[in-house]
Write a protein that binds this ligand. Structure first.
Ligand SMILES: N[C@@H](CCC(=O)N[C@@H](CS)C(=O)NCC(=O)O)C(=O)O
Length: 108
């Protein structure tokens, strides 16, 4: 399996930075691919055919979309890289997801 991590993003996207900061926090090296959202690449549309949005993280050749899902994937995949991002208890994880969605809907 190709273990390299690639992120399709856009420098001004707060959703991209969410993912980039998570990878940096975990010490996971990645290749950054800047997307021109006014002329989306075929690769981006293939990786995210539902929304055609960034960020998309590619790991082992498989794409993952949606910044909050990507953050949880990173947290679980590199669980031995420092402190976990998500809390251990189900109730606390539910609360973390609630506030993440609040930030998506109301803040960003
Ligand atoms: N809910 C998505 C939002 C991603 C998003 O809105 N990305 C914007 C850039 S900030 C985008 O790709 N826009 C292109 C489009 O709407 O066609 C996430 O959390 O990843």
């Amino acid at each position: 399996m190709d273990e390299r991590v690639k992120v399709h993003g856009m420098a001004k996207s707060p959703y991209y930075w969410r993912v980039a900061w998570t990878l940096k926090l975990k010490g996971v090296p990645f290749e950054y691919i800047e997307e021109d959202l006014s002329s989306k690449s075929q690769v981006l549309l293939r990786y995210n055919p539902v929304y055609g949005k960034v960020p998309v993280l590619v790991h082992g050749g498989k794409p993952i979309c949606e910044s909050s899902a990507i953050m949880e994937y990173i947290d679980e995949t590199w669980s031995d890289h420092g402190a976990p991002l998500m809390p251990g208890r189900p109730y606390d994880r539910a609360m973390a997801r609630f506030w993440t969605k609040f930030a998506d809907d109301k803040v960003i």
